[in-house]
Write a protein that binds this ligand. Structure first.
Ligand code: BGC
Length: 451
């Protein structure tokens, strides 16, 4: 069967990671601006002040995408560039930047996919309590409505949230990400609930304000476990390992069902409701109705997963990885099968078309003596992962697209610039971009898979 002719082959980035121009043209502060300016949070105290200077170089970047045969570009909007205070007064220059970017993409035959929120929360709203404040639902849906009102004459694909697990978990549970707080379970679950309500309210507001039919999804992080063998027992054990809620502790943040069942199935998973009950906010049927507005696709950010086998009483057991098993530079396991089984399990449970909204790897990329950047590990990674994705398609999963993370090297959050995920190398001193070997490999892959 293989990939459809109109399969969307894209690349992805996020505003704070590439734009720079942190205080230009009326942009308001966001929590990452503030967090990075406080010493001690980020490796070598790096920050996104300049990043890839994409704000000033977007035309050059779009040209490069075109040369590389890229069909679609997933980027995020910096909320405080459009609303410097998060709500209220709009910043026309910020609007112009995204409007020009969309025009530039379309003029070059590249389809925009807009993420509304990829972690750079307006600082002024953070000071009012952020996701803990019940008004945050309305703040976000008003912002979403405005984005769609401004851009939906030209851009039709939208993603509400990128990885809520990270912008709540890493940010408020273990404090590694902005705003760097550690709060208790009650606050965590309140924030989760508000984020889910904000998603639903945004979907409603976006549909009401769209200038044409738009497509909306969301992009959770999916740790896509896969079965050790294709026996019924191992597959069932893997299904449970993926969808069972984790007991109280760090694992709760990564419980896929906790984040996705409310949105797609309209209810929280029973096991989670039981385990977390003493910390949960009031959850009404109106809330669930709001959260579960129909959406058009299920976005998945997939980097790896664990191998699972049925153990005692058929309970899921993690299969220990062999010494020397492959890892990326950031020390994440290389597990290609996650890109087959992740989409299979998500499509089975949620019955929505799938878009892989992120997948890729960091490597120790350097400019070689010949002036090129040779990244055979990334080519091998992409090849293996995409062949597995093809198997999901062959198994009947409706996969609409794949967005490689990332178009170019960028600010890797708490790791600063020390991790390179791009298929385009960025020299941060000169801002020169050099497509890596993998960029040309991806170009050929797209050409040979787009009919
Ligand atoms: C995030 C990206 C990040 C990437 C690599 C995802 O969790 O959405 O912003 O750069 O993974 O860590």
């Amino acid at each position: 069967m293989s990939f459809k002719k109109d399969f969307v082959w894209g690349v992805a980035t996020a505003s704070y990671q590439i734009e720079g121009a942190w205080d230009k043209d009326g942009k308001g502060l966001n929590i990452w601006d503030v967090f990075c300016h406080e010493p001690g949070h980020i490796t070598e105290n790096h920050n996104g002040d300049i990043a890839c200077d994409h704000y000033n170089r977007y035309k050059e970047d779009v040209q490069l995408m075109k040369e590389l045969g890229i069909k679609a570009y997933r980027f995020s909007i910096s909320w405080s560039r459009i609303f410097p205070n998060g709500t209220g007064q709009i910043n026309e220059k910020g609007v112009k930047f995204y409007s020009d970017l969309i025009d530039e993409l379309l003029a070059n035959g590249i389809e925009p996919y807009i993420t509304l929120f990829h972690w750079d929360y307006p600082y002024q709203l953070h000071k009012k309590g952020g996701w803990l404040n019940d008004d945050s639902v309305e703040w976000f849906s008003n912002y979403a409505a405005k984005v769609v009102e401004l851009f939906s004459d030209r851009a039709v694909n939208y993603i509400t949230f990128n990885e809520p697990q990270c912008f709540i978990g890493l940010a408020y549970f273990n404090g590694a990400h902005a705003p760097g707080l550690k709060v208790g379970y009650k606050d965590i679950f309140q924030m989760c609930h508000n984020v889910l309500k904000a998603h639903g309210a945004a979907v409603k507001a976006m549909r009401a304000n769209a200038k044409q039919k738009i497509k909306i999804g969301f992009s959770p992080a999916v740790e896509a476990n896969y079965p050790a063998t294709e026996t019924f027992k191992d597959i069932e054990a893997t299904r449970r390992a993926i969808f069972n809620c984790a007991p109280l502790g760090w694992g709760i943040m990564w419980s896929i069902a906790w984040w996705c069942d409310p949105i797609v199935l309209g209810c929280y998973p029973k096991d989670g409701l039981e385990m977390y009950k003493e910390y949960l906010p009031e959850i009404t049927s109106e809330d669930m109705e709001l959260i579960s507005q129909p959406i058009d696709f299920f976005g998945m950010n997939v980097y790896n997963g664990k191998e699972i086998a049925a153990g005692d009483s058929d309970n899921p057991e993690f299969v220990k990885r062999k010494p020397g098993s492959p890892k990326t530079a950031i020390q994440w396991s290389v597990t290609p099968k996650c890109l087959q089984w992740g989409p299979r399990f998500m499509a089975e449970r949620y019955k929505l078309p799938i878009i892989i909204t992120e997948n890729g790897m960091s490597a120790h990329d350097t400019v070689s003596i010949d002036g090129k950047v040779h990244d055979p590990n990334r080519i091998d990674f992409l090849n293996r992962y995409l062949l597995e994705l093809e198997k999901a398609v062959d198994a009947g999963v409706d996969v609409l697209g794949y967005f490689l993370w990332s178009f170019m090297d960028n600010f890797e959050w708490a790791y600063g610039y020390t991790e390179r995920f791009g298929i385009v190398y960025v020299d941060y001193d000169t801002q020169v971009r050099i497509p890596k070997d993998s960029a040309y490999w991806y170009k050929e892959w797209i050409e040979s898979h787009n009919g």
